[in-house]
Design a protein around this ligand. Sequence first.
Ligand SMILES: Cc1cc2nc3c(=O)[nH]c(=O)nc-3n(C[C@H](O)[C@H](O)[C@H](O)COP(=O)(O)O)c2cc1C
Length: 335
Amino acid sequence: MQTYTGNTRSPAAMGHRVCLAPMMGYTDRHFRYFIRLMSRHTRLYTEMLTSGALLHGDTRRYLAFHDAEHPLALQIGGSEPRELAQCARLAAEYGYDEINLNAGCPSERVQSGRFGACLMLEPQLVAECVAAMVAVSAIPVTVKTRVGVDQHDSYEHLAAFVRAVAVAGCQAFIIHARKAWLRGLSPKQNREVPPLRYDVVEKLKRDFPELTIVVNGGIQTLQAMHTHLVSFDGVMIGREAVANPYLFADIDRRYFDADAPVLSRTQVLECWLPYVTEELAHGVPLARMTRHALGLFQGCPGVRHWRRYLSEHSGRPGAGIEILRDARCSIQAVA
Ligand SMILES: Cc1cc2nc3c(=O)[nH]c(=O)nc-3n(C[C@H](O)[C@H](O)[C@H](O)COP(=O)(O)O)c2cc1C
């Protein structure tokens, strides 16, 4: 039997200090590019893509991304080692920097496919999946999971899961510091109802010091990031990135490069215009991009006008870059 012996890759080399969480319906390539304008170094995660969709669907379209998005991780959902290995090979071929296996999503659709959070109950299967991916892929294979599921929420259960998966070759874990209930709670409730157990994740980091442990769940401020980075190798931000993307504007200067520029909100918009113009020319509807900017002026005077203007005008037939320019002028007038 193999035993876990640790690894020598330094957490810094893995570059997980600040991560944007994978979020279905949000972290598409447009949102990732938008966040990238504010932070060069934040590690970005795609929405979860199932192995079946990737292998049997429009692979090129699913895996497309902008060069500026690096460092970029592809999150995959699945539990079939051979399929996952093919996905890992594709992720590396397309130039992703990491492939991340979803072992934390509790939705019923995902459970019926035998992946997501229910995989926490099958550490050996996850280990096989990871080993299969590691065997064929030159990029790191990581796992995103929870502190437990259902009644299997003891620290020993979590540690045994992590140990088994680490032996298989996973050196970085993203831990959502909540357990998940597989029955009775919706995915949304599973992000709010079970209490946050940062203490459990801290113990995991103490017991597995060689692993990269990224903490996720409920992190909403720079201060909270700062506190967590004392204990963990990295923090992953989900919902707050949608509600208040400008949170990322000060990340590089704080954590990666003291000389990095911090753009103002209107400078972010200015830098975004060429991208939006180009995507419009490729036929991407304006609203598909502007929805990601609704939170940019969170907390500023005029934010309601900004949101309303973008929401009302971006979806109109033929809506073009002038909508974004007008919205910018109007917020500049009141901000
Ligand atoms: C709309 C939405 C979609 C999500 N989709 C995914 C997903 O595709 N894969 C995943 O691992 N987690 C997904 N999550 C969970 C987040 O990655 C994250 O673990 C969770 O929101 C807790 O972090 P937060 O408190 O910073 O939001 C999703 C969360 C939200 C709000």
